[in-house]
Design a protein around this ligand. Structure first.
Ligand SMILES: [Zn+2]
Length: 69
């Protein structure tokens, strides 16, 4: 996806910055806990189309955790 386009995009609900997940092809707003789909390179910035993220996805990446439980 176009980096300049990505930089222009904000969450329609909170006007916050979105984080693009390349593998999932989603634009995520961690504030609202919503993931907006990107369909064929076109971001769908509609809250009603967005997926509600689960609790694990909402967590910010923690630098101290390496996966050993
Ligand atoms: Zn938001």
């Amino acid at each position: 996806m176009d980096k300049e386009l990505l930089a222009m995009l904000v969450c329609p609900l909170c006007n916050g910055k979105l984080k693009y997940d390349r593998e999932a092809e989603e634009l995520r707003c961690h504030y609202d806990g919503l993931a907006y789909p990107v369909q064929e390179g076109i971001p769908v910035m509609l809250p009603e189309e967005a997926r509600v993220m689960n609790a694990d996805e909402k967590l910010p990446p923690s630098p101290g955790r390496t996966g050993d439980a």
